[in-house]
Ligand binder design. Structure first.
Ligand code: SME
Length: 142
């Protein structure tokens, strides 16, 4: 699937958050596990996700883990080697790299897209730009 095809399909769906995790996880081979966390108070709560396994991290305090860092500072986090990042909260033994893209509405972080890859350093600036566009598209639905 191309980035443009995904950006077109997601907002047209009846449930854009569910569609986003499905399209991203199925459409892009290096996106091994895709989840959307939603901010509830000072926690991130796991919403829709797609991947081979469930994660035990269904609630993450803002400020903890790579997810919590992205929510706290409102910036995309790219981790090329999760085993070298002391902030990393492990979910799956197969994960080698991760990207977390905040979803903002009216200037505050309301959620984030979290993607784990089984490939080392799987995420580049193109992934960042693409996923930041996806985050903008789904922000009104968070
Ligand atoms: N690795 C994340 C936790 C969520 S799982 O990847 C699904 C983190 O460090 O915050």
């Amino acid at each position: 699937m191309t980035h443009d095809e995904a950006l077109e399909a997601i907002p047209k769906a009846e449930n854009p958050l569910g569609a986003a995790v499905e399209v991203l996880q199925e459409g892009f081979e290096h996106y091994s596990w895709v989840g959307i966390y939603l901010v509830e108070g000072d926690e991130l709560v796991l919403g829709p996700w797609r991947g081979p396994e469930a994660t035990e991290h269904v609630r993450i305090p803002v400020g903890q883990g790579v997810c919590g860092a992205a929510a706290a500072n409102g910036r995309t986090e790219i981790v090329d080697d999760v085993n070298a990042d002391p902030r990393y909260l492990a979910c799956f033994p197969s994960t080698r790299s991760e990207i977390v893209v905040p979803i903002a509405r009216d200037g505050s972080v309301v959620g984030e897209i979290d993607i784990d890859s089984d490939r080392p350093a799987a995420f580049d600036e193109e992934d960042r730009a693409f996923l930041e566009q996806v985050a903008e598209l789904i922000a009104p639905h968070c």
